[in-house]
Ligand binder design. Structure first.
Ligand SMILES: Cc1ncc(COP(=O)(O)O)c(C=O)c1O
Length: 472
């Protein structure tokens, strides 16, 4: 069986999968027991026999797709994972086929060119100075820098590593000094706490910033917090702000926070893994007002930019700071070489790095910048419309006005009721929601990622929740 014939089988199966989901002809999620799936997929048999191709490939794929979660279904509202645009999915295939591990230029010049272009596109959105091409004199004029990473968690780790190297350049060789502290709101994504521990600071080095009722940093309390850190004999290594937070999707006030950090000489890292995409649309851009004051920013394309997993970026206002993050030597990779491009390996945790830029670039080129901006704005507007409508429902509580495409709410009742509702919806395959704990209370959480979800779906979701509550 030829590659082209198998590719046709795969593309037909995927198109059917997408269309059935988009037309609501299949459940949004099914979760058979894992041992049953191992058997149904005949994993032992295929591995022993080999030759998975043609009709057997088609049957295998049918079985695989039956228990694949359908992000293309308008009832998919669970997690912050992009509903991939088909152009991006094809790009993932091209990348998988060419397998250009492009961290060094010679392993993927096209992929490296796209990575540089994508990073500069993002850098311009932030309002920073883009990276010049190497032969234009990289490193001479101050400019921003970046690298694409396999996920926002690695982007956050890389940013904090750059912050550590700015504050304690000796740390790479001698280890992390014990007096460093990282200030962050408790609402920060767990990858921040992980990064702090991975960096050897220990999670006790995290100082919780004072926040408002919705978990947003109170900028006027930052100087006192910094003062307390310094008086306790510690050095602030970085302050982390959310754009936006994971649970509630709310944005910290970056302009005020940035001004305080500048004044106090503290590295500001903005975790924009989810919300930095609001920079695209004039209608949502203001949410990130002041982001240009940050020292570093994480931004995931595989969340709000319709890009298949993974494609994240870590950007730094001053490229030299990012270059300082790693000081590794590997003689077979890192050496002066006459080459017409750039290596990204110096800035990355990863050694083998996929051509991540292509999967985002093709989406951008398919939808156009305006199309992508309209998508982001429309998802934010849907969350707002759902919130406004829920205010009129006596049996629902929806206390936090959304600023993004994330909305938390609950059917009146206790925490276990919310969990039982979600489980029932998943079991009947009607809606895929997540939950989040806010102020010690469990909320249902809708993340409007699917471009086809509408208020009709929100109304149907509310009806399904009421039915599920009656049954659970
Ligand atoms: C604010 C924030 N930062 C970081 C991450 C981690 O990103 P990734 O899943 O790409 O590692 C998430 C994931 O949801 C997030 O919401």
């Amino acid at each position: 069986m030829s590659f082209t014939a198998d590719a046709r089988i795969v593309s037909r199966a995927l198109d059917r999968f997408r269309l059935q989901a988009a037309r609501r002809h299949s459940p949004v999620v099914v979760q058979p027991p894992i041992e049953e799936l191992v058997r149904q997929l005949d994993l032992d048999g295929h591995a022993a026999r080999g030759g998975l191709s043609g009709r057997r490939l088609a049957a295998f794929l049918d079985c695989y797709l039956r228990s694949a979660t359908r992000l293309h279904h308008p009832s998919y509202m669970a997690h912050q994972v992009a509903v991939p645009h088909p152009s991006g999915s094809l790009a993932s295939m091209v990348d998988g086929f060419t397998n250009n591990a492009m961290a060094i230029y010679e392993m993927g010049p096209s992929a490296a060119a796209i990575e540089l272009w994508v990073l500069n596109w993002m850098i311009r959105k932030v309002g920073w100075q883009p990276m010049p091409y190497p032969r234009e004199g990289a490193g001479e004029a101050p400019h921003a820098g970046g690298v694409l990473t396999h996920g926002g968690s690695l982007a956050n780790l890389t940013a904090l590593l750059a912050a550590r190297s700015a504050v304690a350049p000796e740390a790479w060789e001698r280890g992390t000094p014990a007096d460093l502290a990282v200030l962050a709101p408790a609402e920060s994504h767990y990858s921040i706490a992980r990064a702090v521990s991975i960096l050897g600071l220990g999670s006790a080095a995290i100082v919780a910033l004072e926040v408002d009722d919705a978990g947003r940093i109170l900028p006027d309390r930052i100087p006192a917090a910094l003062d307390r850190v310094r008086r306790s004999g510690r050095r602030p290594m970085a302050l982390v702000a959310n754009a936006c937070s994971t649970a509630l999707g709310l944005f910290d006030r970056l302009k005020e926070i940035g001004a305080v950090c500048r004044e106090q000489g503290v590295w500001l890292h903005v975790d924009g893994a989810h919300g930095a995409s609001a920079l695209l649309s004039p209608g949502t851009r203001d949410l990130l007002d002041g982001v240009e004051l940050a020292d570093s920013l994480s931004w995931d394309a595989h969340k709000l930019l319709r890009t298949p997993t993974l494609c994240a970026a870590v950007l730094a206002r001053d490229a030299r700071r990012l270059d300082g993050a790693f000081q590794q030597e590997a003689s077979y990779l890192f050496h002066d070489k006459a080459q017409p491009g750039v290596d990204f390996i110096h800035r990355a945790v990863e050694c083998t790095k996929a051509g991540l830029g292509l999967r985002f670039y093709t989406v951008l080129a398919a939808l156009g910048e305006e199309g992508l901006a309209r998508y982001v704005q429309s998802r934010f507007e849907l969350a707002r419309a759902a919130y406004d409508w829920m205010q009129s429902l006596a049996d629902f509580e929806c206390p936090f006005a959304p600023q993004s495409n994330i909305l938390c709410f609950r059917l009146r009742g206790d925490d276990s009721r919310q969990i039982a509702i979600r489980d029932t919806l998943i079991a009947d395959g009607s809606f895929h929601l997540s939950t989040a704990e806010v102020h010690g209370r469990r909320f249902l959480r809708a993340t409007f990622m699917n471009p086809d979800s509408s208020m009709d779906d929100v109304r149907a979701m509310v009806e399904s929740i009421r039915l599920a509550a009656g049954r659970s």
